[in-house]
Structures are given as structure tokens and as C-alpha cells.
Design a protein around this ligand. Structure first.
Ligand code: F6R
Ligand code: ZN
Length: 202
């Protein structure tokens, strides 16, 4: 279903269908695919990431279907976020993560499939980790960078909903990174300090 936009605002009700198994959103949603070759520096162990790339080829780590709702104050944007299962070294597949460009804006994530975590971290590195499983809604307050992490064996699918004018600041995390990362140790997920914190670009 097409969105009718007038004067930069949604002018008519509409709906979308989201497949709860695949996470696919129907219609004319923007479809973003994030492959490993573009995420090498996102993972703490870049050698393990390059090795994975050599052995498995360019792998789809996560994808997002995003409805093209105007990025305006008063609108509500939403998408379907699908993070696949797997690990680079001992670090789980995850999204890049970001602060919002308007840092005070909050977001809610409704998990509909899979098992994982929402890692949330403030500017000073203070962090919270909330489990994600079907039926759980995680609220990410303003001023927290956030990323989804898949610790299970099936796709982690959630539906993020956020203010129209939130925007994305990816730059900070590309440069500095999260202070904490989630890795598997003795078969269990644990939070450790990011060994590349502050120097994600090299
Ligand atoms: C929007 C939001 C989500 C993410 C999505 C992909 O503010 O938080 O829709 O955009 O989960 O993650 P990133 O944006 O970190 O690549
Ligand atoms: Zn966000």
C-alpha cells in the first residue's frame, strides 16, 4: 500500500503486512541489506571477520525493511529488523548500532522471533543489556546508542518504532564503537569490554 504524503506529512491512513516468520515487509518499503564485507570494522576481531569472509563469502548479517515515512516531527517511523544467527570469532552477529541524530528521541523494539539482546549504551559508556524474545518489547530511552545482537539459532526479528525526526548517527559508533560487546564464552553470552573501543577505524 502506498503512502500518501502531502506537505511532508502522511496524509492518509495506510497499512503494511509483515511476515512474522521471515520479517519481510510487503509493498514499497526500502530494503537495506548489510553484508559482512561492509561490516569488517564493526566486529571486534577484524582478522576473524576477514577470515570468515574468505571461508564463507560475503554473508548477509542483517537486513531492514523500512517504510518511507517522512522524517518529520510528529510522524512515527517503523521497520522490520532481521539479524541472522552466527558469530565472527566469538562475537555474535549484530547490527551496526547508532545514536539518534536527535539524541533525546526514544525507540521501542517489539521482538517477534528469535533470541537475542538489545545492547544500550550512553555516551559515558554506561550500559544496559535487555533480553529479546518473542512477545517482549524493549524500550530504548533517549541518549542511548542501541544495537540488536542475535544469540540464537534463528533470525532475530524485531519491529522498531521511533519518532519521525529521530535520524541516525552512525558516525560515532564507526569511529569510537560501543564500550561493551557481547561474546560467547563457554557456550554462554557474556559482556566484555570492547578491545578496540575508541579506535574502531584502525
Ligand atoms: C531505527 C533503529 C532500527 C535500526 C535497525 C538496523 O532508529 O534503531 O530500525 O535502524 O535495527 O540497525 P542499524 O541502524 O544500527 O544498522
Ligand atoms: Zn534507533
Amino acid at each position: 500500500m502506498e503512502i500518501r504524503v502531502e506537505n511532508g506529512r502522511v496524509a492518509h491512513p495506510f497499512f503494511v503486512e509483515i511476515d512474522s516468520h521471515s520479517g519481510k515487509m510487503d509493498g514499497d518499503a526500502t530494503h537495506i541489506k548489510r553484508f559482512l564485507s561492509k561490516l569488517i570494522n564493526v566486529f571486534a576481531d577484524t582478522d576473524a571477520a576477514k577470515d570468515y569472509l574468505r571461508r564463507h563469502g560475503d554473508t548477509l548479517i542483517y537486513e531492514v525493511y523500512e517504510k518511507d515515512i517522512p522524517e518529520a516531527n510528529g510522524e512515527v517511523r517503523f521497520c522490520s529488523s532481521i539479524t541472522y544467527p552466527g558469530k565472527i570469532g566469538n562475537e555474535y552477529f549484530m547490527t551496526k548500532g547508532h545514536f539518534h541524530s536527535r539524541p533525546d528521541t526514544a525507540e521501542m523494539y517489539w521482538c517477534i522471533r528469535g533470541k537475542g539482546y538489545m545492547l544500550m549504551e550512553k555516551e559515558d559508556g554506561e550500559h544496559e543489556l535487555e533480553e529479546m524474545h518473542p512477545g517482549r518489547v524493549v524500550y530504548v530511552p533517549g541518549y542511548y546508542a542501541h544495537r540488536s545482537i542475535n544469540i540464537g539459532n534463528e533470525p532475530l526479528i524485531s519491529l522498531p518504532v521511533y519518532p519521525g525526526d529521530a535520524g541516525h548517527d552512525y558516525e560515532t559508533m564507526e569511529e569510537r564503537g560501543f564500550k561493551h560487546i557481547v561474546v560467547e564464552k563457554n557456550g554462554r553470552p557474556v559482556v566484555i569490554e570492547n578491545p578496540r573501543y575508541g579506535r574502531m577505524r584502525g
